[in-house]
Design a protein. Structure first.
Length: 210
DNA sequence: GCGACAG
DNA sequence: ATCTTGTCGC
């Protein structure tokens, strides 16, 4: 498939995105992220208890990189690995927090939306840098529609970009992100997933000298 | 043609 | 994302 066809697929998936809360509970929140070494992708998923902030489950996978990084097409590089890690979890999270964007995307199909639809699971995006759209104050608009909220932690000067992916609204996504913003810049689920894959990476490099 | 667009 | 030392600040 060429870039043009992938663009079309994203537009089709975007049409299927449900941007209103569509779940009956949010007790377990998942976090997913990726790390790299040579031509491998390490994907990791964690599950955090919304009320106690405890880590209740985690799983990872290591796969060969099979797609380059192309702005706007990150999902085609990291979605399969991330979904593989999520499928290995023993405990299913009620909502998934993905490192990246959701509907705040050139074709309204960031990796959070992509994964949410593919796995039919509520998903939201947590981006670390500007992606797309008209910035007004601390929110971002596309076609006059609010698609992203900037969140600033007490410390950091740089915000985190929150956007809904699938089966969840922007406001609820922001509520959840705020709930897990204890101190640091990155919401807990994503932060733990990030530390998790970084840890797995170190263990692998330490074991397999190459 | 130019610019911009996560990780 | 990743390659990398020291260094400024709470």
């Amino acid at each position: 498939m060429n870039v043009k066809e992938l663009y079309e697929e994203q537009k089709e998936l975007a049409k299927q995105a449900i941007l209103v809360d569509s779940f009956d509970k949010m007790e377990l929140i998942g976090g997913v992220d990726c790390a790299y070494f040579e031509d491998n992708v390490i994907s990791g998923a964690v599950v955090i208890d919304y009320n106690t902030f405890e880590l209740v489950d985690k799983a990872y996978d290591v796969l060969k990189v099979d797609f380059p990084y192309i702005p706007g097409l990150l999902a085609y590089r990291e979605a399969v690995p991330m979904m593989a890690a999520v499928k290995k979890l023993k405990i299913r999270p009620d909502i998934l927090m993905v490192d990246g964007f959701g509907t705040n995307h050139p074709r309204r199909c960031g990796i959070a939306t992509y994964i949410g639809i593919k796995l039919d699971i509520p998903a939201m995006g947590v981006g670390k840098s500007y992606m797309y759209g008209k910035v007004e104050e601390d929110e971002i608009y596309q076609d006059g529609e609010k698609v992203c909220q900037l969140l600033y932690s007490r410390k950091s000067k740089r915000p985190v970009y929150i956007s809904p992916g699938h089966r969840i609204s922007l406001s609820t996504s922001v509520d959840i992100a705020r709930h897990f913003m204890d101190g640091g810049r990155i919401p807990l689920p994503v932060k733990l997933a990030d530390e998790y894959v970084a840890d797995i990476k170190q263990k692998i490099l330490k074991t397999v000298h190459t």
